[in-house]
Design a protein around this ligand. Structure first.
Ligand code: NCC
Length: 274
């Protein structure tokens, strides 16, 4: 697509990002009573002033950003990324956690018992095929998220827990493709990109940490594991490079903040006037 300037790109992102969760009104979910299973209150947009999005990147180690991260009104983290033992670098406040379907489906993540997934708002997603309808997705998800979701809703009805709608996920993919010269692979965007756009919808200002790599960049995949693979930062399955180039184009912060802190500053959609 054509290369848009930053203000135009902000308008495009704002116009095309409509958070959508499975609300139980569509088949097959309506037939399964999901309209009563999902939280009665939808996820509310524009509810925070300042927000932090903390990527799980190894480069956040030795950043000493914990205090700065926790000073935001809301903090978003991903998948199994812990805070315990890493407070100095990543803080300890978690408001929302975005998890992929592996977290709820794979026993090793201990979704039911782990404290990582309690006392926070949870958003889960699963990569349906681009053209699949909800019934096809329900029959063949990447990882079965549907039964653990239903079980958790019954067990903890007070916890705000939503399933992101595949149309929202693929709408973000379309957004990346339409603003990228190359044809990108038809795989869904990473949790990090999904979370960044979710927070632009929920917050007036968003600080994103270690998505665009700082001077600490490393092949260490996650700050909480020893595993090394530079594909974690550069992308393999997810169109991560293109996600990062798009975020770079809307960064309002300066190079010092990026190199020193791995920090990108984004305007929330409420503050974007088109
Ligand atoms: O690794 P993951 O993501 O949990 O990281 C969350 C987000 O942080 C950004 N990131 C991470 C590491 C790094 N070195 N640089 C980064 O920029 C990315 O934006 C990433 O999305 C996912 O997107 O859900 C992902 O999940 C893992 C894995 O499933 C979970 O951690 C649970 O164990 C995927 N890895 C595998 O499936 C092996 C990963 O591809 C994407």
């Amino acid at each position: 697509g054509p290369r848009r300037s930053s203000p135009q790109l902000y308008c495009e992102l704002k116009r095309r990002t409509r958070i959508r969760t499975v609300d139980g009104t569509e088949e097959p979910f309506s037939g399964l009573g999901w309209d009563r299973l999902v939280p009665s209150l939808p996820l509310r947009t524009s509810q925070y002033q300042s927000c932090a999005v903390v990527m799980s990147s190894g480069a956040v180690l030795n950043s000493s950003l914990g205090g700065e991260i926790d000073s935001h009104d809301a903090v978003l983290r991903f998948n199994a990324a812990p805070t315990r033992g890493f407070e100095r670098d990543v803080g300890n406040k978690t408001t929302i956690r975005i998890i992929n379907s592996q977290i709820v489906a794979r026993p090793r993540h201990q979704f039911t018992s782990s404290s990582l997934y309690q006392d926070v708002t949870l958003l889960v997603w699963d990569p349906a095929q681009y053209s699949a309808n909800l019934t096809q997705w329900f029959q063949k998800p990447d990882f079965d998220l549907f039964s653990p979701y239903a079980e958790r809703r019954r067990l903890r009805p007070q916890q705000p827990f939503y399933v992101l709608h595949p149309e929202f996920i693929w709408g973000l993919w379309d957004l990346i493709q339409d603003n990228t010269e190359d044809p990108i692979q038809p795989n869904p965007p990473s949790s990090g990109f999904i979370g960044t756009l979710v927070m632009m919808s929920l917050c007036d200002e968003v600080s994103v940490y270690e998505f665009l790599p700082s001077a600490r960049h490393t092949d260490l995949c996650h700050y909480y594991e020893r595993h090394r693979d530079e594909a974690c930062t550069l992308g393999a399955y997810h169109p991560l490079m293109y996600e990062k180039m798009l975020v770079q184009r809307v960064n309002q912060g300066n190079q010092d903040q990026l190199k020193g802190r791995g920090k990108v500053t984004l305007r929330g959609f409420r503050r974007v006037r088109c």
